[in-house]
Design a binder for this molecule. Sequence first.
Ligand SMILES: [Fe+2]
Length: 385
Amino acid sequence: MNPFEFATATRIRFGPGSVTRLAEEISEIPGPGLLVTGRDPSRAESVRQALRRAGRTWSEWRNHGEPTVAAVLGDSEEARLSGARWVVACGGGAAIDAGKAVSALATNDGDPFDFLEVVGRGLPLRARPLPFIAVPTTAGTGAEATRNAVLGSPVHRVKVSLRSPWMLPAAAIVDPSLSLSLPAAVTASTGLDALTQLLEPFVGSRSNPLTDSLCREGLSRIARSLGRVFDDPEDTEARSEMALAALFSGMALANSGLGAVHGIAGPLGGMSDIPHGTLCAALLAPVWMANCEALIRDGDPDNRLFRYREAARLLTGNPGADISDGERWLTETIIRLGIPKLRELGVHKDSFEELVSKAEASSSMKGNPVRLGRSGIRDLLDSAW
Ligand SMILES: [Fe+2]
C-alpha cells in the first residue's frame, strides 16, 4: 500500500439547522469580521441571524460571479483596513473561494501574483490567513473542504489557484436547508460537478484508501439523489444527501487530486463565462470513454479499469454493470438534467488548440489515470462538441 496524507477543515458541522451554531466557531476570536456573500445576499440571512444573536459585528462584501484576482485583492485591502479578525463566506463555490482568498491575502499583503500558480510565482504564503468559515448554499464544489481558491485572471484568460495548506477552512458548516430553494439548473450543474469530483479522485493516479471510502459513499448518494432534487427542489432528504456528497467530493479532491475533466474545464472556464459545473458535466462522459479506451489500449498497470467498473456499479445501482453501462448512465443523466453540448454552450472549435495546450499543462491533468496526449484530448473535445 502506498503512503498517503489526509487533511481537511478543522471542524465540520453537518445537518439541517447547523448554521445556527456558526458563532461558536469564532467565540474565541474577539473583534469584527467580514461576511462574503454570493450574487443573492439574502441567502446569507441565517448567517447574519447567528452572528447577531452572538453580538458580533461585521462588514459585508457581495461577490459577483466567479472571483477575480483584482476583486479579492481590493477586498482583502478593505478587510485589513477595517480590522477584520475573521471571515465567513456564505454562498456557492465562487463566494466561498472569494472568502477563502480574501482571508489569505488580508494577512499576506503585496503582490498577489507572488502566491498564484501558473501565472504567478507560486510562492508559499508568508503568514497564516484570517480564520475562515465556509457556509455553502449549493451542493457542488466542495470548496468548504479544500485548500485552494480558484480565481480568474482575465488578462491571462485563465483561472488559477491560490493554494496553501493554511487555507483549509477553520470550520465548514454544511446546512442542507440552505440549498432548498436552489433553481433546478444550478442544482444540476453543481451536482454534476460534485459527481465529477468523486469520480476523478477515485479512478485517478493519486487515490488512497481514505478518499476511496468517501468517493464510494458520495457516488452512491449522488446516484440516488441527483434526479430527485432536480425534480423536487424541496426534497429535504435528497438535498441532505447531495450536500454530504459535495462535502465528500471536496475532501477527496483536496487529498487525491482530479483528472482530465477538471484539467479541461479549468482552462475552458477561464476562456469563457460558462459555469464550471456545466463544463464538467458536458465533458464527463467523453472523458470516461477516452480514459477507458486509453487504459485498454496502452495498458493498465494500476488496475484503474476495475475502479471504473466499480464506479459504474455505484452509479447505476446494478451489481452487474460494466464500463459501457456507466458511460450510458452518465450520458442519459446529463441529457435528462438538460446539460448542453459544448457547441450549444458557444464553445468554438478554433479555440481547441489553445485549450489543449492549457489542459495539458494544468495541475488537474496530472491526476488523470492515463496520459491522453494532445490527440486524445482533441478527440474527446470533438465528441463533447
Ligand atoms: Fe469542480
